[in-house]
Design a protein around this ligand. Structure first.
Ligand SMILES: [Zn+2]
Ligand SMILES: [Zn+2]
Length: 353
């Protein structure tokens, strides 16, 4: 079958034949119907993450935002059948460690990440295996298309978990979202759906216009103002919750600086080679103004039901963020284009053969 393979960091990705997966006794094989193209794929391709021992090795099949249909079921799997439509959260959990037992499967201590480790070949492929499938698949409601489901993960679920569970956004809150790529636009939609007044910040007008369509009340072009936090406070009175959806010193510090007293910063963007995981923050101001700084990654599968309910009742529309559907063979070019930081919205692979 065909798959997108990382052969060497930063070198063109290969689309080539790889061997067929088979279902482990506790797992399934899923035929991919849709898989989102994400900046995390770009980080993996670039070889980022070594500073947190998270560098993706050469030889990896990438792709971590899939939806598809079960085509093979392992002998020990009872809850899934051939033909079931599923979405697969990228954090593949063991279901048994202390974090999983507390329901925090997105922080599983024995986790492997789909498309990021040799034991978990990814979904930029015609088919992919899912270990421990009863924990690591979520059945799709009939009202949610494969493209919508693929556009949920990882960006939309990250935004939903970050704003709903971590930021505890509710009606009347001001939410500032810095960086309007896939996860940022998702956060704009989710923040508005949770009743927040959203300030969207980016350095380009095009994603800001898109953010306004997705529910942002105010937009700030950071390349046109000297002091982004001052502008956010002037517009909104200061944010109750801030999100750095990019992962860089400037975006993180602008987000934290935009908070009103008692506000919470949620970091969802992972840093790149310029910061290598280290961002200085104004700690005295954090103390004096009672701010909280939290990280958030992924979402436990158990919470998908809440998100599906929000999608089905029209509160959020993840498919509206999909600006293009592409073939598997386009993935190397689409990731290369991410080096320019000029795409808008989410691209989803829908043709795999
Ligand atoms: Zn675990
Ligand atoms: Zn992703």
């Amino acid at each position: 079958m065909r798959a997108v393979v990382l052969e060497a960091h930063g070198e063109p990705l290969a689309v080539r034949e790889v061997s067929e997966p088979s279902a482990p006794s506790d797992g399934v094989v899923v035929e991919t119907e849709a898989c989102g193209v994400c900046r995390s794929d770009w980080h993996a391709w670039q070889g980022h993450g070594e500073w947190v021992d998270d560098r993706v090795p050469a030889g990896q099949v990438l792709g971590h935002e899939p939806a598809g249909r079960v085509v093979e079921v392992g002998a020990d799997v009872d809850s899934l059948d051939v033909g079931d439509r599923v979405v697969v959260p990228f954090n593949l959990a063991d279901g048994t460690c202390p974090a999983c037992r507390r329901g925090r499967t997105n922080y599983c201590e024995g986790a492997t990440a789909l498309g990021f480790g040799p034991e978990a070949p990814g979904a930029f492929a015609e088919r992919f295996p899912v270990p421990n499938a009863e924990v690591n698949t979520v059945e799709l409601p009939s009202g949610v298309s494969s493209v919508a489901a693929a556009s949920l993960g990882c960006r939309f679920v990250t935004a939903f978990q970050g704003l709903d569970a971590v930021g505890d956004v509710s009606g009347g809150d001001v939410v500032v979202v810095v960086g309007c790529g896939g996860v940022g636009l998702s956060a704009v939609q989710v923040g508005a759906a949770l009743g927040g007044s959203v300030v969207a910040v980016d350095v380009r007008d095009e994603p800001l216009d898109f953010a306004a369509e997705q529910g942002a009340r105010w937009t700030v072009n950071a390349s046109e103002v000297d002091d982004v936090p001052a502008r956010v406070r002037e517009l909104s009175g200061g944010a109750d919750v801030s999100v750095d959806a990019l992962g860089a010193s400037e975006t993180c510090r602008n987000a934290v600086g935009s908070l009103a007293s008692g506000g919470t910063h949620v970091q969802v963007g992972l840093t790149g080679a310029a910061d290598r995981g280290e961002i200085p923050l104004p700690m005295d101001a954090i103390v004096q103004r009672g701010l909280a700084v939290a990280g958030s990654r992924g979402m436990p599968p158990a919470r998908y039901e809440d998100l599906f309910r929000l999608v089905e009742r029209g509160g959020v529309d993840p498919e509206a963020l999909v600006t293009e559907t592409v073939e598997l063979s386009a993935v190397p070019d689409r990731l290369a284009a991410m080096s320019e930081f000029d795409a808008v919205g989410i691209e989803v692979v829908t043709e795999f053969g």
